[in-house]
Design a protein around this ligand. Structure first.
Ligand code: HMG
Ligand code: MG
Length: 300
């Protein structure tokens, strides 16, 4: 299989990246980040989530964020929604698209959304139906596809089954999430290849956290499997508050550098992206998690 000519990045920094930050972040700083990302050429930005503020306090201001961002043409500003209540809030805030999130492991489903996998799918059904009826597309995440912090190994068949169900329910794209970043390229290829028996490859995406430093290699493995959509987070921010030990997502800057090296088009301006990442890292008082950004900034 040849490599794709074009890749779409789903920028999850403002959501997956910031949800785990302990200190409150001003709405203005979140808005600035999203605007910077849009201006850097990211065409799909997950700008926030409409979940219980008791579960993820950092995302409580997502409505205000959506109200204040600059809507650049050709960009999708999406939100994560766990139930109909979240969908209604997301649509009231003006989200262009929403995403539901299921897990491939029972323990993570319970910890993250307080219900079994089967119950979560039942909960998503009316959400997907209502969104679709209103012309809003729904993306589907499956978490813990290459390992679970509580259950350990996760059978590929279990991942394939949850992915298949979400797709059959109407999700237009299924993002397979290595939530705790334990997977390796061989496993990644095998996983995409197995899930692609039920779901066309152009409807699959990869979401790799970089805990074990395998994320870029896993993306390359995904490219070799014909996958052309990857989730990433500017400056490598991120982690799930309900996945013990989960570190940041793969850094968007590092993915762009990889893609440029392969001659794969993404429409993203790497320099502007680096500047966006550096700015939010200063706000957060964090070291930049992108190796490419660190190298370029050190080179001056
Ligand atoms: P629950 O406590 O079982 O919910 O939580 P409930 O339906 O029993 O409601 C309890 C209270 O929550 C009620 O308020 C509801 O109104 C409120 P009260 O009457 O007690 O004042 N509530 C809400 N409030 C605002 N927005 C909502 C909402 N729904 C209920 N949408 C629930 C169940 C799913 C809500 C909760 O567990 C939750 O919000 N979980 C979200 C956890 C989360 O956001 N995790 C991080 C994102 S997932 C991730 O990072 C993985 C990913 O990146 C992929 C990967 O890496 O693998 C996507
Ligand atoms: Mg994630």
């Amino acid at each position: 299989m040849s490599l794709p000519h074009r890749v779409r990045l789903v920028e999850v920094g403002p959501r997956d990246g910031l949800q785990n930050e302990k200190r409150p972040i001003d709405v203005g700083d979140k808005v600035r980040l999203i605007d910077d990302l849009g201006q850097a050429g990211l065409s799909y930005i997950e700008a926030g989530s409409f979940v219980s503020p008791k579960w993820v306090p950092q995302m409580a201001g997502s409505g205000e964020v959506f109200a204040a961002i600059e809507r650049l043409p050709g960009r999708v500003y999406a939100a994560l929604t766990p139930n109909v209540q979240g969908l209604e809030a997301a649509l009231a805030a003006g989200a262009d698209e929403v995403a539901v999130f299921a897990a491939a492991s029972e323990a993570f489903s319970q910890r993250n959304i307080n219900c079994s996998i089967a119950d979560s799918l039942l909960r998503f059904a009316p959400l997907i139906a209502q969104a679709t009826a209103r012309g809003v597309r729904v993306r589907g995440y499956v978490s813990c596809v290459l390992g679970c912090p509580y259950d350990g190994e996760v059978p590929v068949a279990q991942v394939a089954s949850v992915a298949r169900e979400l797709f059959a329910m109407g999700c237009y794209e299924i993002s397979l999430g290595d939530t705790i970043g334990v997977g390796t390229p061989g496993q990644t290829r095998a996983l995409f290849s197995a899930v692609a028996r039920d779901i066309p490859r152009e409807r699959l995406a990869g979401h790799f956290h970089d805990t074990y430093g395998q994320a870029l290699a896993n993306i390359y493995a995904g490219l070799l499997e014909g996958i052309a959509v990857f989730d990433s987070s500017v400056a490598g921010l991120g982690g799930c508050p309900y996945a013990k030990g989960a570190s940041g997502n793969v850094a968007s800057e590092d993915v762009i550098y990889l893609l440029e090296g392969l001659g794969i088009h993404s429409g993203v301006d790497l320099q502007r992206l680096i500047a966006a990442g550096e700015r939010i890292c200063r706000v957060l008082g964090r070291e930049n998690g992108s190796q490419v950004a660190r190298a370029r900034l050190a080179a001056g």
